[in-house]
Design a protein around this ligand. Structure first.
Ligand SMILES: [Zn+2]
Length: 208
């Protein structure tokens, strides 16, 4: 299977939303819902992709704020999230006590569970629990691609100074589940450019 990855970023937080598409079947998922969902809707139209689900790496406002716009465009497709942050999406509750609510209540919420592949259409993702930035942070893996949310960035790692963050588990998850992977694995982060596991293992100053 050949997977095509394209990103859109919003202007306020430069948060990436990704369109992950099977080039043969055009089945696709969107990973994270940044604050400019219209950019993703446009991209999906351009590609003629058949979006089957929205997968969330975590539920900070800049990653879920575009959910209502995406669901309006794509219909009531499943929204997949780790159970630790399920209430944020189901009930529209705030993820952080530091911030207010980030999205309205959402229907058709399904679970991302570590060790249970997430399948929709012709796409299958492995789910790696990489908490620490937030309790339900996950990395989604398909083929040689890792969608790391706000756990691992090119040259940096996620913030862990929030009340429900945990710096030790962030580093532990990155080391055990991400840096343990092959050099060639491509990292698509929640913010900023793509990178590789090899480059981050060698040069990321937060991982020395
Ligand atoms: Zn973010």
């Amino acid at each position: 299977m050949k997977v095509r990855v394209q990103a859109t970023a919003d202007r306020q937080f430069a948060t990436n939303s990704y369109l992950v598409e099977d080039e043969e079947t055009h089945d696709a998922v969107v990973i994270d819902a940044n604050l400019e969902p219209e950019l993703m809707v446009e991209l999906v139209d351009e590609r003629g992709a058949n979006v089957k689900a929205i997968l969330l790496t975590h539920t900070d406002v800049d990653h879920v704020g575009g959910l209502p716009g995406l669901l309006e465009a794509f219909g009531s497709i499943p929204v997949a999230v780790h159970d630790s942050e399920r209430n944020v999406v189901v009930e529209g509750k705030p993820l952080r006590r530091e911030f207010g609510a980030s999205t309205g209540p959402t229907e058709n919420v399904v679970s991302l569970v570590e060790g249970e592949p997430f399948r929709d259409g012709s796409l299958t993702f492995e789910v790696l629990h990489t908490p620490g930035h937030s309790p339900g942070g996950v990395t989604l893996q398909i083929g040689d691609n890792l969608f790391t949310g706000d756990a691992l960035f090119a040259g940096s790692i996620g913030r862990s100074d929030f009340a429900n963050s945990d710096a030790a588990s962030l580093l532990e998850g990155i080391n055990a589940k991400l840096l343990s992977q092959r050099d060639e694995m491509v990292v698509y982060a929640g913010h900023g450019p793509a990178t590789t596991i090899g480059r981050e293992r060698r040069t990321n100053p937060f991982l020395r």
